[in-house]
Design a protein around this ligand. Structure first.
Ligand SMILES: Nc1ncnc2c1ncn2[C@@H]1O[C@H](COP(=O)(O)OP(=O)(O)OP(=O)(O)O)[C@@H](O)[C@H]1O
Ligand SMILES: [Mg+2]
Length: 413
């Protein structure tokens, strides 16, 4: 039987502008697209899937949504090999055993008049419900979100790290906002949770999951919004320096770095410069502190080479420094230096970190599932090879969802 959707909770937001305002109050700066998608998500009770590079505010969005609506935040952090007992529920065997021990005498009385093993087993089986009831249920975030009497925000963080089997469990839960515990019945959410899923694109998510979700690709913010974020964080760096810093960071994102600087790293960099008492940016102070945003030796080197040009586009940079960098759209590699064979006009833009290009092109070229592997960057290497399909254990997920089997309804709506 198809469940009747639960009544929507009283509206949390009146409009996308209302979302933007409420989020700004919590220190989260949105843009139009983000505010609109969040508003729609809150009205349609559809999960929101956020994809995008590290540190662009995916997790923070869910936390802010909880803070702005006063809802409790439940978080399921996904990882490889995680199974449904960590996501849905498990039986608290320790507690069950303890109770059995304490009730030993009572059990003996119960079995006193049985004279065969079969009769004793039947008698114990008759008392099943005493041990498989909610008292011994250990709910994990998915069940907790469904069972909660108060409306909640459910954050399923880094869902791309979960195995496909767990994704299947999620799909079922997200489709109907219900979870079935065979021994107890089906729990149906009284108020559908706001569900936010995040992904770093380490593997492709199933089309079925994407179909069920509103989808938003969070990019790095434009310069104005990043500056606004810096302001909201009260980093202590003056406004003029902050603006230049934003431009420098955007320039760095346009380089072919292994790990582009994230918003959180821009914030850290601003704080670092403020602590050092810097009021005007110059290439030297940026080079001394660039490890705040560049976390690989190769990236540090490349960033240092580019900084004089990024902080002062009119600066003349020694030719020796300008060379030796890797070209983003190369098609073959010699000893770590990839050479470009075409598209020189475009490449010049991205490679030289023009502030107007925050590196979209470079990232788009890298945007293959598994791009955060160790083999990342080795074009034609393992990162480009199609991933072997993961094994799904037979029956995983089957115990928790009734499918067409039906099941007792605990909370009819
Ligand atoms: N729009 C924003 N407004 C204010 N702060 C932001 C915004 N976006 C990101 N930040 C800041 O960046 C930090 C990092 O964001 P967050 O942890 O949400 O990144 P993420 O996208 O989840 O990254 P990862 O993929 O590495 O988990 C936040 O703690 C917050 O300080
Ligand atoms: Mg995150």
């Amino acid at each position: 039987m198809q469940p009747v959707p639960a009544d929507p909770a009283p509206a949390d937001f009146d409009s996308p502008d209302d979302v933007a305002r409420a989020f700004a109050e919590q220190g989260y700066i949105t843009d139009r697209r983000l505010a609109t998608t969040t508003f729609v998500m809150s009205r349609l009770a559809k999960p929101l899937l956020l994809e995008g590079p590290a540190g662009v505010g995916k997790t923070e969005l869910a936390k802010t949504l909880a803070a702005a609506t006063g809802r409790r935040l439940l978080r399921l952090q996904c990882y490889e090999g995680q199974d449904e007992t960590k996501a849905l529920y498990e039986w608290d065997y320790g507690k069950q055993l303890l109770y059995t021990q304490i009730l030993r005498e009572k059990t003996a009385q119960l079995l006193a008049d049985t004279d065969t093993l079969e009769a004793a087993v039947d008698r114990v089986a008759g008392a099943d419900s005493a041990f498989f009831n909610e008292r011994f249920l250990a709910p994990r975030p998915l069940l907790e979100a469904i069972r909660s009497e108060e409306p909640v925000v459910l954050l399923v963080d880094e869902v791309d790290r979960a195995d496909e089997a767990l994704e299947a469990v999620l799909l079922e839960m997200l489709a109907e906002y219900q979870v079935s515990v065979p021994e107890l019945g089906t729990f149906v959410a009284e108020t559908p949770p706001y569900v936010v899923l995040t992904s770093n694109n380490t593997r492709d998510l199933s089309a079925a999951l994407k179909r069920r979700c509103l989808h938003l690709f969070l990019e790095y913010p434009d310069a104005d919004r990043e500056l606004e974020i810096l302001r909201s964080k009260r980093t202590g760096l003056g406004d003029a320096a902050a603006r230049r810093l934003v431009d420098v960071v955007r320039g760095l994102r346009g380089l072919d770095l292994r790990k582009a600087p994230s918003i959180s790293e821009t914030i850290d960099w601003a704080r670092t410069l403020a602590v050092l008492g810097v009021s005007e940016l110059d290439a030297d102070v940026l080079a001394d502190t660039v490890s705040v945003v560049a976390k690989y030796e190769r990236d540090v080197e490349r960033s240092r080479q580019a900084l004089p040009r990024l902080v002062d586009p009119n600066a003349t940079v020694p030719a020796a420094l300008e060379h030796g960098h890797t070209h983003a759209h190369g098609s073959h590699t010699h000893g770590g230096h990839t050479h470009d064979h075409g598209d020189h006009g475009d490449h010049a833009h991205a490679e030289h970190g023009h502030p107007a290009d925050d590196g979209r092109r470079v990232r788009a070229a890298k945007d293959t599932p598994g791009r955060h592997d160790d083999s990342f960057g080795a074009r034609g290497g393992p990162a480009d090879a199609p991933a072997a399909p993961k094994q799904v254990r037979a029956g995983q997920g089957a115990r928790s969802f009734p499918g067409n089997r039906g099941g007792a309804r605990r909370r009819p709506v």
